[in-house]
Ligand binder design. Structure first.
Ligand SMILES: NC(=O)c1ccc[n+]([C@@H]2O[C@H](COP(=O)([O-])OP(=O)(O)OC[C@H]3O[C@@H](n4cnc5c(N)ncnc54)[C@H](OP(=O)(O)O)[C@@H]3O)[C@@H](O)[C@H]2O)c1
Length: 284
């Protein structure tokens, strides 16, 4: 695949080493992780905790976060803090940041992972739901990033944002979701370049379909993208993202097939790729 697939983004899920508890990468650093109550965010929280980071877990599901925080704190001897946040509201991201500051927590890594999807054609969609998703998937990511950026620059910190393979091309039947992820990917890559002289790295994690609660929440289980498919685990995807962040990679796509897919888009007319994705994402 050399020469065809960009080495920066190729990761083989089968060859991932374990996250080590014995040799922590860092001590007494703190990661703020959004969307940590389930799926990829929950697994990312476990990666950071296993590596010795203190963690601040944010989402709406505070009970789930409390259980996870207690479990990870006990297992890894780290500090785990829970903050309830609704990042689909206009003030959610700034309220979360204000609460982090109020508690005197210093953030060394921002993991902007919280996100949701909506499935179906634009003309049939629930507009209020779509607008809330745009807020959650894009505006809140920008606001949170902007609010912690000066502190991260002062500490040569890290930013990890969960985008998606949906970011690489238009996706009929999940058009607005894919557009939010295209926004996030573009934002991350541009920001990474802008601050490349500061020591802060920005990593966009771009998973393909992954076994989480995402498809239930998006009412998307009837899509050909996922129906009857065996999907990679959130743990394997999170481990790819965590390691890519440590290495300061800008874009990482877990899984060889996902990589082939995102690279093939570069050489295919957009109208053709849009038609193909429409078929891939159709209701079956
Ligand atoms: N699963 C996939 O196939 C896939 C593929 C590519 C990218 N992604 C991306 O991966 C990220 C994580 O999703 P997932 O697959 O792990 O799905 P998930 O299991 O549904 O997790 C989504 C997380 O986001 C949080 N969240 C949702 N709405 C929120 C809100 N209004 N305010 C704050 N937090 C909110 C959820 O917590 P609460 O409900 O407790 O608030 C949960 O912790 C998302 O950005 C998603 O777009 C997923």
């Amino acid at each position: 695949m050399a020469g065809f697939i960009d080495d920066d983004i190729v990761v083989d899920l089968a060859t991932l080493p374990e996250i080590s508890m014995a040799s922590p990468t860092t001590t007494a650093k703190t990661a703020l992780i959004t969307g940590a109550s389930s799926g990829i965010g929950r697994a990312l929280a476990a990666c950071f905790a296993a590596d010795g980071w203190n963690i601040v877990l944010a989402a709406r599901g505070v009970a789930k976060l409390e259980t996870l925080a207690a479990e990870l704190a006990a297992r890894h001897g780290i500090t785990a803090t829970v903050i309830g946040a609704d990042l689909s509201s206009a003030e959610g991201a700034s309220a979360l940041h204000a609460e982090v500051e109020r508690r005197g927590i210093v953030v060394d890594a921002l993991v902007a992972n919280a996100g949701a999807g909506t499935y179906g054609d634009i003309r049939d969609g629930d507009l209020a739901k779509d607008v809330a998703m745009i807020q959650l998937n894009t505006t809140s990511v920008v606001v949170l990033t902007r609010l912690v950026l000066a502190g991260l620059i002062a500490r040569r910190g890290k930013i990890l944002v969960t985008a998606s393979t949906a970011a690489f091309q238009p996706c009929p039947h999940m058009a607005i979701y894919a557009a939010t992820k295209a926004f996030v990917l573009s934002f991350c890559e541009a920001l990474a370049e802008e601050i490349s002289d500061t020591g802060v790295t920005v990593t966009a994690l771009c998973p393909g379909p992954t076994a989480t609660g995402f498809f239930d929440a998006a009412e998307m289980n009837a899509s050909a993208l996922v129906k009857g498919k065996r999907l990679p685990s959130s743990e394997s995807v999170a481990a790819v993202g965590y390691r890519a962040m440590l290495k300061g990679r800008r874009v990482v796509v877990p899984g060889l097939m996902n990589n082939i897919l995102v690279q093939s888009v570069r050489f295919t007319p957009r109208r053709v790729i849009t038609r193909i994705v429409s078929i891939m994402a159709r209701r079956v």
